[in-house]
Design a protein. Structure first.
Length: 220
């Protein structure tokens, strides 16, 4: 199975270095998948680290800059509104979780705690974390753009170090690591889709109910 994953990406892209770079850019996969793939390909751990870091980190300023404008634009279209608002609510909920933990401390420490919370969210390569999600959360934390970008990039650097060390020192088990990672990634994607669809359906029903109530109110 793990060999099939490596073969698939090799055949699809045709170059090992470009493969690692591109795979690291994919949401949910990022460095947790690209570094084990690189090691499984026989790539030097430092090359794997560098390519995975560059490919994943490049998305941080882009997501931070365009996510909210894109969401606000898509919400103007009724056909997209429910699902976009469901995604937005998910990111807002995670951002609120970071803020709530930060607000437990002294006012002078709140900003630092928000940064630490965002860093921790990106730094530990577990399901539903990483540059994409961390940048999305940063966009809703009302954090200065450069500061949020720096925090996410440093968090991504930490995640790269963790995955590089794990893949290098457990290289004898890299096939197992790769298989486990991609099973977790698939589960995370399915969970994300199911959650968004559920929330979108719920929001759509709420919006229709509001429209009915507004219509009845106007008729009265």
């Amino acid at each position: 199975m793990a060999e099939s994953i490596v073969t698939f990406f090799r055949d699809l892209i045709g170059n090992d270095y470009i493969t690692v770079f591109i795979v690291s850019m994919i949401p949910f996969v990022e460095v947790r998948g690209s570094i084990p793939i690189a090691i499984a390909m026989g790539m030097n751990v430092f090359a794997a680290f560098g390519l995975a870091f560059l490919g994943s980190a490049i998305w941080s300023p882009i997501v931070l800059a365009i996510l909210r404008p894109i969401i606000n634009w898509l919400k103007k279209f009724k056909v997209f509104r429910a699902i976009v608002e469901a995604i937005e609510d998910g990111f807002k909920s995670k951002a609120k979780g970071v803020e709530d933990k930060a607000n437990q401390f002294d006012a002078s420490q709140i900003e630092k705690r928000k940064m630490l919370g965002l860093y921790a969210f990106v730094a530990f390569p577990v399901p539903m974390t990483g540059v994409w999600t961390g940048s999305a959360i940063g966009a809703f934390l009302e954090m200065p753009f450069l500061k949020a970008t720096l925090v996410v990039v440093v968090g991504d650097l930490t995640a790269c170090i963790i995955m590089s060390l794990l893949s290098y020192f457990a290289s004898a088990y890299i096939d197992i690591i790769l298989l486990v990672v991609f099973i977790i990634v698939i589960i995370a994607i399915l969970y994300f889709i199911a959650r968004v669809v559920y929330k979108a359906v719920k929001k759509s029903k709420e919006q229709k109910l509001e429209e009915v109530n507004d219509t009845e109110g106007n008729n009265n």
